[in-house]
Design a protein around this ligand. Structure first.
Ligand code: ATP
Ligand code: MG
Length: 375
């Protein structure tokens, strides 16, 4: 039913726009993307991927894409890039994303996204893009870098990132977009671009809505507030037991726990009162260990016992046990590079009709008319 419904939607997408819009808008069309900038870490898993897996049982259309175009704003190692993209997909599948239950594709396998980006770029003001937080953050970092902004020019791609993101969402007519806090502004920009297009050229694009994802934000192992690929402070789903133990043992822990000053054992109450690095250990313990193990260690913290050594070895065991089946599935021949390429090819075919239909509708609305080549 799930696969059939995805194909159905795409087939309907080939009908007239009015018919398609009424039919697709009845069902939630969910879209989410992830940049292939490294291996999947626990923050990615519990902050995003688990959410995708939980949505699998529901009657909706789910599109997940590996944002390889987006990654080009930061990728410097070209040789590993393709393999990283494939390995990202293999990790998704290994940790439970069913390639038959959702349409999972590579962004660059849908090159009409680039065409829609160009069309949307024609109605997007530069001033609007300059207000984007990613762009502004990068600007202020560059101002502090030797040579300043002039010596380190920003790319057109980085400024236009929100237009590409709008095209990703609008091209598949997604109406529900799960967003974490870090992407909320980009979604608002996509909504704005869609509304601007519709008011100028007539209702052509589906205006998406955000759906909140669980707000979990996993701190980094180094004591910073966020675990992140570019921060180099991650615990990864493919880490072997030796690496897990080494990483967890090197987490900075103060010898004397701060008083909690609260009776609750709820991780959302307790963890913010701990130093970030200790909070990361407790958050992971809460996510992976049975409740009584978590409660036992909260008690130790409260009583100020010397326990960090045991906490670390206990947690390392739970992490390694969680990683073991993922590593096994990652290396399973059924999840090889070739089989991943096969399903990417199949999924690109599934998502292409609805995407082309959107681009053609936008071309027609803007007055260029349909592509004579594709017609
Ligand atoms: P980068 O450092 O390259 O930005 P990242 O580690 O932040 O990488 P992304 O690819 O930007 O990872 O994010 C993928 C998804 O994982 C996003 O939906 C993001 O909200 C979520 N995510 C990333 N880091 C965390 C974290 N520490 N806690 C919870 N969710 C996270
Ligand atoms: Mg990020």
């Amino acid at each position: 039913m799930r696969i059939a419904s995805i194909e159905d939607t795409n087939e309907r997408g080939m009908h007239t726009m009015t018919t398609r819009m009424t039919m697709t808008e009845k069902r939630e069309v969910i879209l989410s993307g992830i940049r292939p900038t490294g291996r999947l870490h626990y923050g990615n898993y519990f902050g995003a991927v688990k959410n995708f897996i939980d949505l699998q049982g529901q009657d909706n259309v789910r599109y997940y894409f590996i944002a390889d175009y987006h990654a080009l704003t930061t990728i410097s190692e070209r040789e590993d890039f393709y393999q990283q993209t494939i390995d990202m997909l293999r990790t998704y599948v290994a940790c439970g994303l069913d390639p038959a239950a959702s349409v999972i594709y590579r962004q660059s396998d849908l090159p009409c996204t680039a065409e829609l980006t160009l069309l949307l770029g024609m109605i997007t003001n530069i001033g609007f893009l300059e207000r984007g937080t990613t762009y502004k953050d990068k600007m202020s970092k560059l101002e502090e870098t030797p040579g300043g902004v002039e010596g380190n020019p920003l790319s057109y791609g980085l400024l236009g990132y929100p237009v590409l993101m709008a095209a990703d969402i609008l091209i598949v007519r997604a109406n529900k977009v799960p967003v974490g806090d870090d992407q909320r502004q980009h979604l608002e920009m996509a909504i704005d671009i869609a509304q601007r297009f519709n008011s100028r050229f007539g209702k052509t694009l589906t205006v998406p809505e955000g759906i909140s994802r669980n707000a979990l934000r996993l701190p980094g192992l180094d004591g910073s507030a966020k675990m992140g690929k570019s921060e180099n402070n991650t615990l990864d789903l493919l880490d072997d037991p030796k690496t897990v133990l080494k990483k967890i043992k090197s987490v900075p822990t103060t010898t004397d726990p701060e008083p909690l000053n609260i009776d609750s054992n709820d991780p959302d109450d307790v963890i913010p009162r701990m130093p970030n690095s200790v909070g990361a250990l407790y958050r992971l313990l809460h996510l992976l260990a049975p409740k009584d193990v978590y409660l036992d260690f909260v008690g130790k913290y409260r009583r100020g016992e010397k326990f960090y050594g045991t906490l670390k070895t206990t947690l390392a065991e739970y992490v390694s046990a969680f990683n073991a089946p993922i590593i096994e599935k990652f290396n399973d021949p059924a999840n090889s590079r070739e089989s991943v390429e096969d399903f990417l090819r199949e999924n690109a075919k599934k998502v292409t009709p609805v995407a082309l239909d959107t681009v053609e509708a936008c071309r027609a609305a803007m007055g260029i008319g349909h592509s004579l080549y594709r017609a």
